[in-house]
Design a protein around this ligand. Structure first.
Ligand code: ADP
Length: 163
């Protein structure tokens, strides 16, 4: 059985992430999306909120599961019996960092490989941080996120502005 993990912050999940999830679910028997608990970053959405929104937007994919994790990605892969880490590559700017990450992971866990999927062209510019910035200034984010997530981001922005 081919099993992969797809780790990330997903703060929030974008159509670019969803594209990678759908395409990896088509080539793997099982994909576990891992929402990283990263104490260094201060996220817009809590880990629970991010897990729930990912579960919602992947509910049409029976071989996709969503979990949160802390610590090393290779440990999360091992705990789940996965031999593959999926990562998305948008542009050349992602490459240097992703190369470093995957090579370091292979030294620590030679039995685990990283599989890179290149972004569909229409999402190659898309990032969660860009979407958050647009939303903060009241811009239209509906082209970038699944519809349910658009609502959640807008609600979150309203609650932040209310303070
Ligand atoms: P991280 O905080 O680890 O960068 P992200 O949540 O931003 O996590 O992204 C998780 C993974 O999804 C990374 O491999 C990233 O390159 C990829 N990714 C992010 N945005 C897109 C996109 N628009 N299209 C394809 N892949 C993407």
């Amino acid at each position: 059985m081919t099993k992969a993990i797809y780790p990330g912050s997903f703060d929030p999940v974008t159509l670019g992430h969803l594209d990678i999830i759908e395409r990896s679910a088509a080539i793997m028997d099982k994909v576990i999306v891992g929402v990283l608990v990263n104490h260094a970053k201060s996220p817009l959405f809590s880990v629970e909120e991010r897990v729930n929104m990912l579960r919602d937007v992947t509910s049409h994919l029976p071989n996709v599961e969503v979990k949160s994790f802390g610590g090393l990605t290779i440990d999360f892969a091992r705990e789940n019996g996965a031999k593959t880490i999926i990562r998305g590559l948008r542009a050349i700017t992602d490459f240097e960092y992703e190369l470093q990450l995957s090579q370091t992971n292979r030294v620590m866990a030679p039995e685990i490989d990283t599989l890179f999927m290149t972004t569909s062209l229409n999402y190659s510019y898309l990032s969660s941080s860009m979407v958050k910035e647009i939303a903060m200034y009241g811009g239209d984010i509906s082209a970038f996120l699944p519809p349910d997530v658009v609502k959640l981001v807008q609600e979150k922005m309203i609650s932040i502005k209310k303070g």
